[in-house]
Design a protein around this ligand. Structure first.
Ligand code: ADP
Ligand code: MG
Length: 400
């Protein structure tokens, strides 16, 4: 069987050069600078964010690069290169608002609206965007654009938000508002927090109750490990309402159990016994055990036991498959094949019903794991998956 190809991220130099080239070709002249913001992958802690629980994402080495220039008027020019097509938009700041722009313009320009809503004084700008974050794969290309443009604007207009964690938290809120209110995608703040507040070489423990964070050393290289991301490219199925129904079950359960959120459940056995609805009890069991797995995972990382985290990844996937019921045949196949090929642990990541799985692998067995996963997809008649090897990269930053 042929071996699978594994995609790598652009270097900062390559990304910046591509962004500058696009800027020169479609806007003209040179930008004031180039900024880069990463996508993210969640290592463990799934469907816990809206239950005020814990999650543990890393910033990807895959980033969106934004070459931008300040203007003296209120004009806005947006250019984005996606594969072989170049998207362009020209307008004014006032024309970027909920209902006025949709789609890619909302994701890229919406943060300007959100920063102005938050009281910041902005003028016009020109921005050329290029990205090596795969779009729509669940690796948060949307947060990468929002955070990249947001950071560029904060720097160009000296908003004082780029160099401190409180400032970056304001940027998280603006990026999230762009996604929720302008792009109309009802997502939480996990993606933007990972993109803006992570330190290279670390996973970010996020407490989704108060959005406090802690940097947890995640040194794969020192342990001869790699993290393989498997984009299943599963077709979007009719999953409308599945996310909402899970959310509602969690809220209903919290109300029945008399807790503010499922995060506050102390005694899982008692909670499960108090619920008549078996499905609801299963949902609760996932959330409570998943929060516990995040805590255990972090404890292993804190004590230099990174090679022992695989069992927690496996347990997370099994819980998402059996109790939360958000996996799909492609995700289960990817995880099963990765484990069979020697991965230390594997799980789906993101919302589920498609998107990506991750596998923790010994460096020298990465190609074998990818090849076995690709073979199992071929045997099952699924489309060919994409593979990425990732390391914990830095948060959004100015690269030039
Ligand atoms: P994900 O965040 O998992 O990649 P989403 O559906 O949340 O998937 O976001 C994908 C959307 O974000 C795209 O359809 C597009 O509208 C927008 N987007 C992402 N990256 C870019 C980019 N570089 N240029 C323009 N639009 C982008
Ligand atoms: Mg997204």
């Amino acid at each position: 069987h042929q071996s699978a190809t594994i995609g790598t991220a652009w270097s900062a130099e390559e990304g910046a050069a591509r962004a500058r080239r696009l800027f020169a070709e479609h806007i003209g002249g040179g930008p004031d600078g180039v900024w880069a913001a990463p996508g993210r992958v969640n290592i463990i802690g799934e469907h816990t964010d809206y239950n005020n629980g814990f999650c543990l994402p890393i910033a990807l080495p895959h980033r969106t690069y934004v070459a931008a220039r300040r203007r003296d008027d209120d004009k806005v020019v947006l250019v984005s290169q996606l594969d072989d097509s170049v998207l362009t938009w020209e307008g004014t700041l006032d024309e970027i608002a909920p209902g006025a722009v949709t789609g890619w313009k909302a994701y890229t320009g919406g943060v300007a609206w959100a920063l102005r809503q938050a009281g910041h004084d902005l003028g016009g700008f020109e921005a050329a965007l290029v990205t090596c974050v795969p779009l729509g794969a669940g690796l948060s290309s949307s947060a990468a654009v929002e955070c990249g443009v947001g950071l560029a604007l904060a720097d160009l207009y000296d908003l004082g938000l780029t160099d401190s964690d409180p400032g970056r938290t304001d940027l998280v809120n603006a990026a999230r508002a762009a996604e929720n209110e302008v792009a109309k995608a009802p997502t939480g703040g996990l993606d933007q927090t990972a993109s803006l507040r992570t330190i290279e070489g670390h996973a970010l423990l996020i407490d989704c109750d108060d959005w406090s964070v802690r940097q947890v050393p995640f040194n794969l290289h020192a342990a001869d490990l790699e993290l393989l991301v498997i984009d299943t490219r599963a077709p979007h199925r009719l999953v409308d309402g599945q996310y909402e129904s899970r959310r509602r079950a969690c809220e209903d359960a919290a109300r029945i159990l008399g807790v503010g959120s499922l995060r506050d459940i102390g005694d899982l056995g008692a909670a499960v016994a108090a619920l008549d609805d078996e499905e609801m009890a299963n949902r609760v069991r996932h959330v409570v055990t998943e929060n516990d797995r995040v805590t255990q995972f972090v404890k292993l990382l804190d004590t230099g036991r990174i090679r022992e985290v695989g069992a927690l990844m496996d347990a997370s996937h099994d819980s998402l498959r059996d109790d939360y019921e958000v996996t799909c045949p492609e995700l289960d196949t990817a995880v099963d094949a990765a484990r069979a090929a020697g991965a230390l642990g594997a799980r789906m990541t993101g919302g589920g019903f498609g998107g990506c799985a991750i596998a923790l692998v010994n460096r020298d067995s990465r190609n074998e794991v990818a090849t076995q996963v690709a073979n199992s997809f071929r045997n099952a008649g699924f489309v060919h998956p994409e593979f990425y090897v990732v390391t914990p990269g830095p948060a959004a930053l100015r690269v030039q």
